[in-house]
Every structure is written in structure tokens, then in C-alpha cells.
Design a protein around this ligand. Structure first.
Ligand SMILES: Cc1cc2nc3c(=O)[nH]c(=O)nc-3n(C[C@H](O)[C@H](O)[C@H](O)COP(=O)(O)O)c2cc1C
Length: 348
């Protein structure tokens, strides 16, 4: 039986509490970003002050190729977090992902909140979010379109979370007709679709199926950052599923392999899942990512130092990226993506 609004709100609250620190981080699996370093270019002529990181995000020009990953919604506390993140997105002019909007499929109580988030985000693109399980409930497309209209979203995100549903008490690990629904929504909705994972990663094979279905963005959300089976194991207070704490494909592996599909498909590749440091983000771009995104570390920066904390967390990524571009002789992200990365083992 699917959970009611009260259970859903409690679960959301517990997610926020568990992610206040690093208890739900992967233990033995890493993103793989630390395996790489950059090819230093002693002859660089790049003028760092002239570097422009403006990027196209599904038709909108944003200031930086960084987005705030989907987190929360549907409670007063969550709404307050989203409002603050919307203000950050607005002041930096970067895209903002909303957490699962399942609550808004089932109730209109938060419509006013959602409109407020759009207002606070200004012209920054907003992404709606719904889980794979909700796609398989036989809902009418108009219900999903309503979510887009409520926040004037630029993109519709579908999150795939098979592992989380499997481990979650009362989860719904069953997705019959998932790909057919995605294909139908890709043809029917007014905005493009991004499909993301939540920390187990998207393989090249799965990405290919999604792109064939008409998806325009893949956010690999790989392993090495927040483990969503860990979040549910901690919530359940039992270790029955401990073997799955570290399940998933490392983010760098997903990027490297999914990027190979760019030869055949036009899509936006997003790196997330343990993009915790400026180095993680810079390596992501060099591996082919068009955007990077972060969730738990953004939440922690917000908890520690409010909106200013998040702005300074993101600004560090941008400043570091400019220095890497300069030192590798790359005048653009496109140039960083051509032969600027070395696996550390090659240095020996
Ligand atoms: C508190 C919290 C709540 C989240 N809720 C959602 C959600 O509702 N929908 C979703 O697609 N992803 C959700 N995520 C997953 C993130 O978007 C992201 O894919 C995952 O946490 C891995 O990124 P990270 O290592 O930067 O945290 C949530 C993450 C956090 C930290």
C-alpha cells in the first residue's frame, strides 16, 4: 500500500536530518575523481579574466554550468529550504532542481508554496521532479503537466531509484511499463525530460535506452557521494540490507562511458553523485559533463551558513574551474574536454 501524506512528510523530514552530516556517505566506493589529474600546460596563453562560463541550459542562458540538485519539498521545512535555494539560484543565475513533487500530484495544499519558489528563483530555470514509481501508476499526462505549469519549469526530471525503493520500508520496487511511460511523456510534455539516478549511477546501456525513448538530459547521479540505500538503512534502524550500502556505479565511470553516446545522440550530460569538491566538478567537465550538480553538500552549506554559505560553496567551484582552464590552456569547457586529463597511474 502506498504511503499517505503524513508518512511521506515524516520520511522527507528524516531524509533532511540524516543528510545533515556524512553518516549516509558511501563507505568503500568512491566517485573515482581522485584517480585523475590535469595535464599542465606550461605554454598557456589563456586570459583568465576573459573566461566566460555562461552555458545553455535547455534554451536558457545561465551564468555557470552548475546546478542545485533535486532535494526536497512538500513540508513547511522543505518549502523553506527550497525558497532559500531558489534565492541562491536567482542570485547566481543557475538552474534549480526541486525534490520529488509527488505530494503535489496528490494534493493542492502546496501550490502556493510552489508558485512562491518560482517567484524567488526569478529567471533561473527550475526543474520539476517525479519518481519512477509515480510514472508507473497509470496517471494521466495532464497531472504531470500541471507540475510543470505550477513552477513554469524549463525541464521535467524523472528520478530512477530502484535501490532506494528496494531498501525503503514500504518502498515500491516495481516499475512495470517504465520505459513506455518515459517515451510517452517525452512526446507529450511541454518541456524536455532529464532522467537522473539518486546515487547508484546510470550505465551507458541504460542511458542509450533513455535517449532512444526521447530523453534530452542524463544526470548520472553516480556512486561515491550520498548513498540512498544508506539513508534508508539508517531510517530503518536495521542492517538487513547492509550489503547494498555501497551499491552502484562510480560517478566518474558513468560519465566516461555515457559520454561516448554523444557521438550518436544530442543530449546534456550532467555529473552528480559525490561532486563534493571543486576538483570533483572540474574532472567531471573534463570527462564530458556539460553541467555538474550537488545535493547533500549544498544542504550542509545551507544549514551551516545559510544562503551565503551555498553561494560561497558554489563560487569556489567556479573559481577553481577558471584556474584549471587557465593552467591547462583551455579557453572553454569544450577545450578542457580534449586530452586534458591524465589518470594518475600514467604518471608513474
Ligand atoms: C536531503 C536530500 C533529499 C533528496 N531528495 C531527492 C528527491 O526528492 N528527488 C531526487 O531526484 N533526488 C533527491 N535527492 C538525491 C540527490 O538529488 C542526488 O542525486 C544524490 O543525493 C546524490 O548527490 P550528492 O552525492 O551530491 O548528495 C535528495 C538528496 C538529498 C541530500
Amino acid at each position: 500500500m502506498s504511503e499517505n501524506q503524513a508518512e511521506l512528510s515524516l520520511r522527507k523530514k528524516e531524509h533532511l536530518t540524516i543528510c545533515e552530516d556524512d553518516s549516509a556517505a558511501f563507505k568503500t566506493v568512491a566517485t573515482g575523481f581522485d584517480n585523475y589529474t590535469f595535464l599542465h600546460d606550461a605554454t598557456t596563453e589563456v586570459i583568465i579574466q576573459n573566461l566566460n562560463l555562461e552555458s545553455n541550459f535547455f534554451g536558457s542562458t545561465v551564468a555557470y554550468p552548475f546546478l542545485i540538485s533535486c532535494m526536497t519539498g512538500g513540508t513547511d521545512e522543505a518549502n523553506n529550504i527550497n525558497l532559500q535555494l531558489a534565492e541562491v539560484a536567482n542570485s547566481l543565475n543557475i538552474p534549480l532542481g526541486l525534490g520529488s513533487m509527488r505530494y503535489a500530484l496528490e494534493s493542492r495544499d502546496y501550490d502556493i508554496h510552489l508558485k512562491g519558489i518560482k517567484k524567488s528563483a526569478g529567471i533561473s530555470p527550475i526543474m520539476t521532479n517525479i519518481g519512477a514509481a509515480q510514472l508507473c501508476e497509470g496517471r494521466d499526462v495532464s497531472q504531470f503537466q500541471r507540475l510543470i505549469d505550477l513552477v513554469e519549469a524549463s525541464v521535467f526530471i524523472i528520478h530512477l531509484n530502484a535501490l532506494q525503493e528496494l531498501v525503503q520500508k514500504g518502498g515500491e520496487p516495481s516499475f512495470p511499463g517504465l520505459m513506455q511511460s518515459i517515451e510517452f511523456l517525452a512526446k507529450s510534455l511541454s518541456v524536455p525530460i532529464i532522467v537522473k539516478e539518486v546515487g547508484s549511477g546510470i550505465s551507458k546501456q541504460a542511458a542509450k535506452r533513455l535517449l532512444e525513448a526521447g530523453v534530452k538530459g542524463i544526470d548520472v547521479a553516480g556512486a561515491g557521494g550520498t548513498s540512498w540505500s544508506a539513508v534508508e538503512i539508517i531510517r530503518n534502524r536495521d542492517d538487513k540490507n547492509n550489503e547494498f550500502w555501497d551499491w552502484g556505479l562510480p560517478t566518474s565511470y558513468c560519465l566516461k562511458t555515457v559520454n561516448e553516446l554523444k557521438e550518436f545522440y544530442k543530449f546534456t550530460l550532467i555529473s552528480s553523485g559525490g561532486v563534493n569538491t571543486p576538483h570533483d566538478a572540474a574532472v567531471s567537465y573534463a570527462l564530458g559533463a556539460n553541467f555538474t550538480g550537488s545535493a547533500r553538500k549544498v544542504l550542509q552549506a545551507l544549514n551551516a551558513s545559510g544562503e551565503e554559505g551555498v553561494i560561497s560553496f558554489i563560487t569556489q567551484f567556479i573559481e577553481y574551474l577558471k584556474k584549471v582552464l587557465f593552467l591547462t590552456g583551455s579557453a572553454s569547457l569544450a577545450q578542457l574536454q580534449v586530452g586534458k586529463l591524465i589518470r594518475k597511474e600514467e604518471l608513474i
